[in-house]
Every structure is written in C-alpha cells, then in structure tokens.
Design a protein around this ligand. Structure first.
Ligand SMILES: [Zn+2]
Ligand SMILES: [Zn+2]
Length: 391
C-alpha cells in the first residue's frame, strides 16, 4: 500500500483526533464541541473556515494554483443515541450517546487529508472539506444545502466515504447508480367512536381497522410492485388503547419504506393512502395520513458514472484491483443522497473488518477501525490529486 510518508507521520495525531471525537460524541445539530474541535484544527492548518452552516456544519477551503476546478469532500460528524458497551480507554463520556456509525473516523480521515494537503499542495484548483452534522435521520446534508452550501462552495463534484463492517479492512467498494435506498416515514392516525368493549355495536373499532391496514399494507410489496425491484415496507409502531374493557377512539400506526427507484417513492406513498382510505371507509373510521412527518425522508443515493469511475481508479491504484469490489446496494439510507441530487459524485465504502463482538453499525459494541485512518486520508489526497491534476 502506498501511504505517503507524511500521512504515516500523521497517524498518531489522527488516532488522537478520532479517539477524542469518540470519547465526546454529540448527536444531530448539537455537535457544538465537535464543530469547535474541527474548526480549531482546520484553523491551525491555515485553512479558510466557515462554521455554523446547517447549524453545526463546518466547511474549510484550500486552494492551490490557478485552476477554477473545484471538488468537495464530505465527512459526517454526528453520533447516535446509543449507550456504548465497549470497554475502551476512549469510551464515550456522554451517557446514552456514542459514535456507533464510525463518523468519528470519517471526520479524522478528512482532517488528515486536510493536514497533508495544506502542507503538500500537489494539486491545481480548490478543495472544499465539508464536515456535515446530523446524518442520522435528521438530514444535515439537506440543512447545509438549504443554507447555501453549493452557492457558497460551488464544487463541480462531491465525494463521500463510509466505513463498512464485514468488508475486510483495507478494501473499498464502489458502485455506479443506486447504492443506498431511499428512506421515507409515514404516520396513520385513526379516529372512531370509542365504546364499552362489551357493546361493540355502539362504536367503530379502530383496532380491528388498524389490524386490517397493517396486513393490507404488506400487499404493496407482495402484489403491486415488480418482484425484481427491491422494496421494503415496515410497520414499526402501533399504539392504541389503555385498558381491558374499552374500545379506544384512536390508534396510531407508524412505519417506513425503502426502495432504489425514485419513482417508486411516490407510488408507495399513494398506495399507503389508497389502501388506508379504502379500509377506513369500509369501517367508518377517520384517517389522517402524513408521509414524512417532521421532514423525514432521504432520496435514493445515486452515484454518477464518470465520478465513480475516477474514484474507483484512485482506490485501485492505492490498494490494488483485488481489494476493490462492487457492493450489493444497501437497503440502509444516507443523506449524502441530497448532495448527489445537486452535484455529480460518488459515495464509496471502506472496509472496517470483522463484525466479531458486535462490531456492527449502530451496535453498542461498534468501534471505527483506526487502521483505516491513514488509508482513508490517502484515498482523499489521491482523489484530489487525480481530479485537480497539476497541468
Ligand atoms: Zn449510521
Ligand atoms: Zn453513518
């Protein structure tokens, strides 16, 4: 593996950054200390730093030469509401919060690349280093875009890198097209006439209706969508009733759906409404359906072909062709999808290694593999040097 000496020399520093971030995790839009930590490092490196974009997002700019080409590299910085169960010297000090998705590692790898490039600027153009908040279900990427990310930092293309357990450490995954699923939520509120459980004829039963809706929604995938297309519709919450002998007057059903085809998002949403309305009409129940309450919802993550080919070539040169593979698209989702709606680019995977001992994403035993720090930083550096090539 061709890790530049100057990046090897940064390894101890990068481990310190990563483990500090791991020890003090902060969740969506509350990454105050995390952002301050990142800003301090970037300013010491002499980069131009813009903070407070998308509430707690940070963007640093580094230019060299006279080219107008611009590239954006993105790391997410937020943690999850999970109580860490690892026994590490740098175990989370924030109760109920931890970096269980490796965003501490993403941040450290990108800081490492910034540190190297600020000293060794073998490129011609501009690099934007994006440190994005609230990736976990709160759409921090969208918040940054809505506040003018790409007007302030008009990159030609944008790149993301996520660690992935079960892929051997040192391997990379690239795929053109849909690589992560869309993510949508729905909420169905049912209202009927509550009554004594012994006199059902006097009311309208929201529980029986809810049960039929839950069963009928399973037919969206099994009967209404081409079986060759991967789609998931899951009911994740059902709330109704408080006692043994009364039929309640309301019920709430919540759930999520995922797919890889943007047009199917609207279709599934229409089907949920159609099926729910039909059953509610049959049972004299009032339904209120909200798709994506609180602006939840991520698009499909779609990599553009040219940029993915470039990124893949960079990884192949770095680790060899045998360690670069094409992943099966993940049914999980990513708010980097919002950035890829605005700009061409590529979201790649870097193997985190074994899943033994619960080393799985969003597991209380997860820990980013520090062996990846210099490798990930070198990937970023080589990508910059390839795209913003010296003339
Ligand atoms: Zn995650
Ligand atoms: Zn993540």
């Amino acid at each position: 593996m061709n890790i530049p000496v100057k990046i090897q020399q940064l390894e101890t520093q990068m481990r310190q950054w990563r483990q500090h971030l791991h020890q003090f995790p902060e969740t969506a839009y509350e990454e105050i200390e995390t952002a301050a930590y990142i800003v301090e490092i970037l300013q010491k490196l002499g980069l131009e730093v813009h903070s407070g974009l998308g509430k707690t997002g940070v963007v640093a700019t580094l230019s060299a030469g006279n080219s107008t080409r611009k590239i954006a590299l993105r790391a997410d910085i937020d943690a999850l509401f999970i109580e860490e169960k690892n026994e590490l010297s740098y175990k989370s000090q924030h109760s109920g919060k931890m970096h269980a998705c490796g965003h501490d590692g993403h941040t450290a790898m990108l800081l490492g690349a910034a540190a190297y490039l600020s000293e060794q600027a073998d490129f011609n153009g501009t690099v934007y280093f994006i440190f994005q908040p609230a990736e976990e279900a709160r759409a921090g990427a969208k918040a940054m875009i809505d506040e003018g990310l790409f007007e302030l930092f008009p990159a030609d293309s944008v790149y993301g890198l996520h660690n992935f357990p079960s892929i051997p450490q040192g391997n990379f995954g690239f795929k053109t097209g849909a690589v992560m699923a869309s993510f949508d939520c729905f909420e169905i509120k049912l209202t009927g006439r509550g009554t004594h459980a012994a006199m059902p004829q006097l009311g309208d039963d929201v529980i029986v209706t809810a049960s039929q809706i839950i069963t009928a929604l399973q037919t969206i995938v099994s009967r209404n969508i081409d079986p060759a297309k991967a789609v998931v519709v899951s009911i994740t919450q059902v709330h109704a009733g408080d006692t043994w002998n009364a039929l309640p007057d309301s019920a709430v059903i919540r759930g999520t759906f995922r797919c890889f085809t943007p047009s199917l998002q609207a279709f599934i949403s229409d089907e949920i409404t159609r099926i729910t309305d039909g059953l509610c009409q049959a049972h004299n129940i009032k339904a209120e359906i909200v798709i994506n309450p609180e602006n939840a919802g991520y698009p499909v993550t779609i990599n553009s072909s040219k940029e993915t080919a470039i990124a893949k070539a960079v990884a192949q040169e770095l680790v060899g062709k045998d360690k670069v593979f094409q992943p099966t698209p993940s049914m999980g989702s990513e708010d980097f999808a919002f950035m890829l709606q605005e700009k061409a680019g590529c979201y790649a995977w870097i193997g985190n290694g074994s899943t033994e001992g619960g080393c799985l994403l969003h597991n209380p035993h997860y820990d980013f593999n520090d062996e990846n720090l210099t490798l990930g930083a070198t990937y970023w550096v080589r990508l910059v040097e390839k795209i913003l090539v010296l003339d």
